[in-house]
Design a protein around this ligand. Sequence first.
Ligand code: MSP
Length: 503
Amino acid sequence: MKGDFYVTTPIYYVNDIPHIGHAYTTVAADVLARYKRLMGFRVLFLTGTDEHGQKVEKAARAQGLTPIELADRVVTRFQDLWKKLRISNDDFIRTTQERHRIAVERLWRTVRDRGDIYLGEYEDWYCIPCENFLTQTQLVDGRCPDCGREVERLREPSYFFRLSRYQKPLLEYIERNPDFIQPEGKRREIVSFIKEGLRDLSISRTTFSWGIPVPDDPGHVIYVWFDALTNYLTAAGYPHTQDGFWPADVHIIGKDILRFHAIYWPAFLLSAGIEPPRKVFAHGWWTVEGKKMSKSLGNVVDPGSVVDEFGVDQFRYFLLREVPFGLDGDFSTSALKQRINSELANDLGNLLSRTLSMIDKYHGGTVPEPSTLRAELEGRIKSLIEDLFVQYTSAMDRLDYYGALGRIWTVVRELNIYVDKSAPWKEKDPNTLSTVLHTLAEGLRIVGVYIYPFMPDSANRLWSQIGMDREIGGCSLQDEVRWTGKTTGRRTKKAEPLFPKIR
Ligand code: MSP
């Protein structure tokens, strides 16, 4: 074991059913979790649902349900989708669980005992969709600056967290941990936001009741973001044990919720004397066919139907290959088809089927043993594949999925060029022919390992077609990507298209 690795997604509100934005964060976290397991880490991969707060209470009322009834219904939609998307989470947290209430109460009491919570009165604006407190000057045309929707005026007694005390400690923490906020541009935004000055933060509400009561003052419920952020600690075992998983290695989130994760959350933790997470990575947002996704436009993409139509691995691949992680992207059916047909079906799928049928035709369906490698042909392939290890792992460790896939595809294309150059169908020398067939099988075996975190089912199918009898998930990446000739003597299977062409 290399050590522990803890990766999280945001916990999703249960007021609404899952869409492509939720799928995006969760697939990205899944790829990282699978990669780290292959690298020998003990992984805790957490996702879950954020079930308290005014927004969920309001949505439940509108549907004639109690909040917990709504949560119970919607939570299965998320869980079913994660199964369908092959999400390998180790835990699923719901903020209505007992273990979570205990953790939130303990964190509250600890922060309070540090002298960082006091009773006052909140009088200002609130955005329910964002569950965010706003000042008059933050509003844009009287509306929420983040989501553009209407805000409501609040005036109620409230507990406050002394966020203002943490301006300096936060800046110091960010300074000392330059990778804490990623991507870099987001780090700069947060730093300048903090430098403008931090006001104390309202962390309780009295005008609705769907939440965790404030310890020793049950007339208040704890602010939903204080409650929600604590989920990351709950799942690590807080307050009982932290079992090696805390601090979290990375919270993967969308850019819209960065302030909560990069300012409030580390401030609560610093107050409680708990180490902040090592990294918060904010990804970009998807538009759909060039437009903002919204219920009123009726263009919300249901990830389940994309999977039914195009396939699960095709969807996972597209999400991480279409835009560099951290930037905004556009989801369109034409772009999805284009990637499937050219990169998956043509580049990789065809390479596999050509290889299998040549092994079948020229070597009776068994991968031959190689003889001498020719420097400018097999030697070149072998060294390209050997170089991939450092390129791939350094990209993956930076959550540069786009870069990692780009590197793999460079090799895939080189393998295709190699097929054409070495032209096995014309080869007269049986030794050379064996070397070519072996090189292709060995190259594909190794490519299979690298694509596994992104496309686990297809990678395993690729392995099984070239005659490997293990699941990649149980292997060690370092062992399996070495050019060891493990494919020699394997019985290949009949070529079945890995990625059917889409018309
Ligand atoms: N419950 C809070 C998170 C609490 S974490 C302690 C929340 N939930 S959410 O359901 O509204 O959204 C969760 C995630 O979905 C966010 O990371 C957000 O960025 C992401 N997305 C929502 N719409 C999106 C797109 N159109 N594109 C990409 N991601 C988007 O916020």
